[in-house]
Design a binder for this molecule. Sequence first.
Ligand SMILES: [Zn+2]
Length: 207
Amino acid sequence: MKCEESNRKCQHTVFKIAEKKDNSPVIRESVANILSALGEDVGREGLVKTPERVAKALQFLTKGYYEDPCSIIKSALFEEDINEMIVVKDIELYSMCEHHLLPFVGKAHVAYLPRGRIVGLSKVARVVDIFARRFQVQERLTKQIAETLNNCLEPQGVAVVIQAAHMCMQMRGVQKQNSVMVTSTMLGAFQELATRNEFMNFIKGSL
Ligand SMILES: [Zn+2]
């Protein structure tokens, strides 16, 4: 009952689930157009199947639009009387920046302070993937993961820290190869300094 309410809340405030349709023909044609606009011969051997491959890759990299993170969380909820912080750190993260359609790659660290129930560990990583597999900005990605866990799991608090290297910064523009961006969202109990510090201590070695 509680969960149903949370689910509705999430869908209205944090994310929308897109309707599935076959977009392959449009993507293939568009990729071929981009290649020829850039001066390539789309008929040459190495490129003949490229539009099809790119379409498949893009569909995979954006499949989070069609997945429902709240039902993933709901599928592995367990009633447990635990009041200690649960931390899942070093979750591999691959996403695409919405400004340049280039990858950003890094790690997510997620923590929550339970309120009577816990979620299966792998589901936390799934939630990260669902939001990462969309066109994103790192700030919004961080917030969406935190708010979804907060709404669907209803813990005492949630913390998410993401560190990532952005190809749009490393390969082009300012070409800063070693800079990483760190973003964080702290909700509920994690807005208190002691709890926040405890979490930051857990992930210190990973940052
Ligand atoms: Zn970018």
